[in-house]
Design a protein around this ligand. Structure first.
Ligand code: HEM
Length: 435
């Protein structure tokens, strides 16, 4: 008797996608995305001529960013006009080579070479705060945090603290960020050329200085990552003058605005939750493992509520199925740590600032893809360890010594390429009477 062929396994049923579009020409992107996040794990968006899909489901996010980065690629990166072929925008084999080369300097072991640079910058910031506290001078917290994070990355790159004229020139980055589209291919790319030319001039001058320093002196301290790149050019011809420029600008941009906004948000959250500051300081003496863990928990919870890189776009290069939904080739797939981190189905009381989630493990989902402020998969943040070290070092110096008073806390967040508090955040300081 002939045996019957087994029945073919039915294809998994696909849920029909909910499709949203702009309510009106002036609707802010964040409002459209908030409506989309409420729909479910995947929501399709028709944005003029393009189709996008917002993903909030941890498994879907894992699928796109970590499991199938070959199907979901970075394309027409929003920052390409500024960053060129640096590691953030590069793709394929060049990206692999560049990432491999930089990676070893950004592991836990690799960043040890930057510990002194970070400590020097944190001490510099503490010195400025002492002066503000003494004189009662008001300052803008947003600017102050940018100053610190720019100083750190500049020291890591060049071995020197940032000088006022370089700092002034690099402020032009703010004009560039303000002009960038939040989504790839959204609107016309405005002419950034004059601003980019100013950045190019700063970097060209710095490279020239580094070359001269290398031929004229024997540096006794780490001359910075720029020297490492210049040395690499001798052995790796792909490190052309242009690529060295692109990599330097990439590290300045990726490495400072994200950390600066995170630190600003943390001071704002502590202003609204003063008990959390006291608890973190009471965890143990300065430098103890318990104190460090508490400071890191403050940062982790801050990055949950305000993941600086809040929207991670990818371009689907083939048809696929994600979380039971069809994704067509050509779709812009948007993973958003901001929405996943605030999903009440994953995070109890998601709007509350509760650093203890990260100390006790309670009220914190452990599913991969539920928490990813530094991204996921092969294109996850290169500088995560560096950023955490830099932020913790600043908190070690400032939190025990000062209680900032924030005058007129900002009304909300601006959802640009990073999530920024709507500044300025005018601040005055008093030394902590308990310190
Ligand atoms: C709190 C601070 C930071 C946050 C929240 C953050 C977040 C992220 C995220 C989410 C990504 C992935 C983007 C994507 O998948 O499209 C990323 C990529 C990257 N980050 Fe960070 N970052 C921070 C600090 C830094 C620092 C300090 C550096 C360098 C010193 C850095 C360098 C980079 C680079 C080079 C990439 C691109 C990696 C690649 O494509 O291979 N970041 N960052």
């Amino acid at each position: 008797m002939a045996t019957e062929a087994p029945a073919p396994t039915p294809a998994p049923e696909l849920s029909p996608a909910v499709v949203l579009q702009w309510r009106s020409a002036g609707e802010p992107l964040i409002e459209l995305l908030t409506r989309a996040a409420a729909v479910g794990p995947v929501c399709v968006l028709r944005l003029g001529g393009t189709t996008a899909a917002l993903l909030t489901d941890p498994q879907g996010v894992q699928h796109v960013l970590a499991r199938h980065p070959d199907r979901y690629v970075k394309r027409s990166h929003r920052l390409r006009a500024l960053l060129g072929d640096g590691v953030v925008c590069a793709e394929g084999e060049p990206w692999k080579r560049q990432r491999r080369f930089l990676q070893r300097h950004f592991t836990g072991q690799g960043i040890r070479r930057f510990h002194r640079a970070i400590e020097d910058a944190a001490r510099g910031a503490a010195g400025r705060w002492e002066a503000y506290a003494r004189t009662g001078e008001a300052f803008d917290l947003v600017e102050e945090m940018r100053w610190y994070s720019l100083d750190v990355i500049w020291r890591a790159l060049t071995g020197r603290g940032i000088d006022p004229s370089t700092q002034r020139e690099l402020q032009t980055l703010q004009s560039i960020f303000a002009a960038l589209p939040v989504l790839p291919g959204q609107g016309e790319q405005p002419s950034l050329a004059p601003h980019v030319a100013r950045i190019d001039a700063v970097v060209a001058h710095t490279i020239e200085q580094a070359r001269q320093a290398a031929t004229h002196s024997m540096p006794t301290q780490d001359p910075g990552l720029l020297h490492t790149l210049l040395d690499a050019a001798a052995e790796h011809p792909e490190y052309t003058e242009r690529l060295i420029r692109d990599e330097i600008v990439t590290l300045i941009v990726a490495g400072h605005e994200t950390t600066a906004t995170t630190l600003t948000w943390l001071f704002l959250l502590l202003d609204r939750n003063p008990r959390e500051r006291a608890l973190a300081l009471a965890a143990g003496p300065r430098g103890s493992a318990a104190r460090t863990a508490s400071l890191q928990a403050l940062l982790s919870e801050c990055l949950r509520l305000y993941p600086a890189a809040w929207l991670l776009p990818r371009h689907a290069i083939e048809d696929d199925t994600v979380a039971g939904h069809r994704i067509e080739a050509g779709t812009t797939v948007l993973s958003s740590p901001y929405f996943t981190h605030r999903d009440p189905g994953l995070w109890p009381e998601p709007e509350a600032f509760r650093p203890r989630r990260f100390l006790t493990g309670e009220d914190r989902p452990t599913r991969p893809g539920a928490y990813y402020p530094f991204g996921l998969g092969p294109r996850a943040c290169l500088g995560a360890q560096f950023a955490l070290r830099e932020a913790t070092a600043l908190l070690e110096h400032l939190l025990p010594a000062f209680v900032p008073t924030l005058h007129g806390a900002p009304p909300g967040a601006a959802f640009a390429v990073t999530i920024n508090p709507v500044g300025p955040v005018t601040t005055t300081l008093a030394p902590d009477p308990a310190a």
